[in-house]
Design a protein around this ligand. Structure first.
Ligand code: ADP
Ligand code: ASP
Ligand code: MG
Length: 403
């Protein structure tokens, strides 16, 4: 007998028919003699709809109350799916994160799972019940509900798989695997049979929302046997592994991210410690910073440009302006109409032609690059937001049409 964690995303549980379909997949796995822990997302666009409801009442609602609201979506899904399994005569129990004991940090809207209490889940497993757990949420040390960031149900599933040493963690979604880029933008994108944890982590971190980036981080750390599969068609998906057999002459994929904004601090003093002060301040407010560029300005000043998530832009500007006197900058320039396109592949930086090929594709498409950033297995470019989809298509064609 194996323990299998199965996670179903919003589109997979969007209505009664889809919930019955999901119950069918779970029942089949259970009746084959496996223990099953199921993690569900909120139905369809429920999370977006709840955010819109909050906006109507108070656009500046506290993150704690937002978490209280958003966590209800997942609770509806697990209860409905448990009812579908009950109607099939299968033993099951739905549990919210606080009932399981998914302990998280207290950073509302972006909490991290610290540990999962084993008792309740183990007790239910001992009774051979199918356990349905709300994705996307945790409970902090005060007993308050937290959420793990958009797309966080994948992370709930992998964390449960790691905590209970599951034999397999399956992420069921509306695509049948991980593709070389988002198939909604490039219909010619190819499905990958397998991809390394490192490549998947970079793709997810650079905007490929098929997996939440922290789910991949956890899967790598705890060696979780992870796969992405379709909830609508029975066919093999994509396996995420430490090493893959696929030849490495090409990149693994292209990702895009339009959720970022650019902040430029103009006219900073050219003294030691300035960068430290700026980024220490932002990190103390839990604002993540991505691509950073420092350039020499006029008259012994410097400019520091970086990107943040769009949702953090106003707060970042406020914090920096509050400390304007101490930081001694001239002014802030913010730009929300930017996006980032990245290529990812193991061995990419040891092959000098790869970055040039990406830039050539952009040049041929007449697209201007604003900033460039690299890691060992990634090259990212910042562009005008309106150029992003065109850039993805051009770069994808350059790397995959010739093969
Ligand atoms: P779920 O609701 O099941 O969590 P998501 O919408 O979060 O599903 O993720 C699935 C979507 O991710 C797909 O519909 C697809 O448009 C998008 N996507 C982006 N990049 C990729 C990629 N490289 N491979 C597959 N899907 C991708
Ligand atoms: N329901 C949450 C969201 O829409 C979490 C998830 O789907 O993974 O972001
Ligand atoms: Mg998702």
């Amino acid at each position: 007998m194996s323990l299998i964690v199965q996670k179903f995303g919003g589109s997979s549980v969007r209505d009664a028919q889809r919930i019955r379909n999901v119950a069918g997949i779970i029942a089949e796995t259970y009746l084959q003699g496996n223990d099953v822990i199921v993690v569900l997302s909120a139905q369809g666009d429920t999370t977006d709809d709840l955010i819109a409801k909050a906006q109507e009442i108070n656009p500046n609602a506290s993150k704690r109350e937002m978490d209280m609201l958003l966590s209800t979506g997942e609770q509806i899904s697990v209860a409905l799916c448990a009812m579908a399994l009950e109607s099939m005569g299968l033993p099951c129990v739905s549990l919210a994160a606080w009932q399981v004991g998914i302990q998280s940090t207290n950073v509302h809207s972006d909490a991290r799972i610290k540990r999962i209490d084993p008792e309740r889940v183990q007790m239910e497993l001992d009774q051979h019940r199918i356990i349905l757990v709300t994705g996307f949420q945790g409970v902090d040390r005060n007993g308050d509900v937290t959420t793990l960031g958009r797309g966080g149900s994948d992370t709930s599933a992998v964390a449960l798989a790691a905590a209970f040493r599951a034999d397999l963690c399956q992420i069921f979604t509306d695509v049948d695997g991980v593709y070389t880029t988002d198939p909604r933008i490039v219909p010619e994108a190819r499905k990958l049979d397998e991809i390394t944890y490192d490549e998947m982590l970079e793709l997810a971190s650079q905007g490929a929302q098929v997996l939440h980036n922290r789910s991949v981080e956890l899967a790598k750390k705890f060696r979780v046997n992870l796969e992405v599969v379709s909830s609508l068609e029975r066919k093999p998906g994509t396996k995420i592994k430490e090493v893959t057999k696929v030849e490495k002459t090409n990149i693994a994929g292209v990702a895009k991210d339009t959720s970022i904004a650019r902040v430029a601090l103009i006219g900073l003093q050219h003294n030691p410690g300035v960068a430290f002060q700026v980024f220490d301040l932002l990190s103390k407010h839990n604002i993540n910073v991505d691509v950073i560029l420092q350039s020499i300005g006029r008259e012994a000043t410097k400019d520091i440009t970086f990107t943040v998530h769009k949702k953090d832009l106003v707060e970042a500007e406020e914090i920096l302006n509050e400390h304007k006197a101490a930081l001694m900058f001239d002014h802030i320039e913010a730009d929300e109409s930017i996006g980032k396109v990245s290529i990812v592949g193991v061995g990419l930086m040891s092959n000098c032609g790869v970055a040039a090929k990406m830039f050539e594709a952009l040049y041929e498409a007449g697209i201007n690059i604003q900033m460039i950033n690299t890691s060992e297995i990634r090259v990212s470019v910042l562009l005008d937001e309106e150029d992003v989809n065109r850039a993805v298509k051009a770069i994808h064609a350059k790397f995959f049409d010739e093969i």
